[in-house]
Design a binder for this molecule. Structure first.
Ligand code: HEM
Length: 134
């Protein structure tokens, strides 16, 4: 009686709300187009081909926001600060990373609330990745 059918009130994940895999792949692809042209960031990426790095970041973000857990299936626990330890992430690198991410986020044209949620996370995460003063 009076029972709400199961499922009708289930909340969508943020991953689903913003359009799922396609949205995250677009975001990360746009971001890496910026990185590819960036004189500070591009040399930091060890592989000649940015494709695999693009794949890793896309899978990580998809998983973080409630999508498939493929990132961890492939890479294990994210431990992102540790994985960034080999790279000099100083203020300048932080700012460049966020600059390209900002352009990519804006290009998605998400509803304002979603854009805000995503951007808040990215700025917080970028700040936490800084490992070198100056
Ligand atoms: C703050 C500036 C940042 C710089 C300069 C930076 C730079 C790098 C570099 C050079 C790599 C190695 C490329 C690769 O082999 O994948 C990398 C990997 C990665 N970064 Fe960042 N990063 C930054 C911030 C972030 C943030 C904020 C996140 C998450 C929101 C992130 C997520 C990742 C992921 C998931 C990987 C691949 C890890 C793996 O599985 O090996 N990075 N980053």
């Amino acid at each position: 009686m009076n029972e709400i059918p199961r499922g009708t009130l289930q909340e969508q994940t943020f991953y689903e709300q913003v359009g799922g895999e396609e949205t995250f792949r677009r975001l990360v692809h746009l971001f890496y187009q910026g990185v590819a042209e960036d004189p500070l960031l591009r040399p930091m990426y060890p592989e000649e081909d940015l494709g695999p790095a693009e794949e890793r970041l896309a899978l990580f973000l998809m998983q973080y926001w409630g999508g498939p857990r493929t990132y961890s299936d492939n890479r294990g626990h994210p431990r992102l600060r540790m994985r960034h330890a080999p790279f000099t992430v100083n203020r300048e690198a932080h700012d460049a990373w966020l600059k390209h991410m900002r352009a990519a986020v804006e290009a998605l044209n998400l509803p304002e609330e979603h854009e805000h949620t995503l951007w808040n996370y990215l700025t917080y995460a970028a700040a936490s990745m800084v490992n070198t003063p100056g």
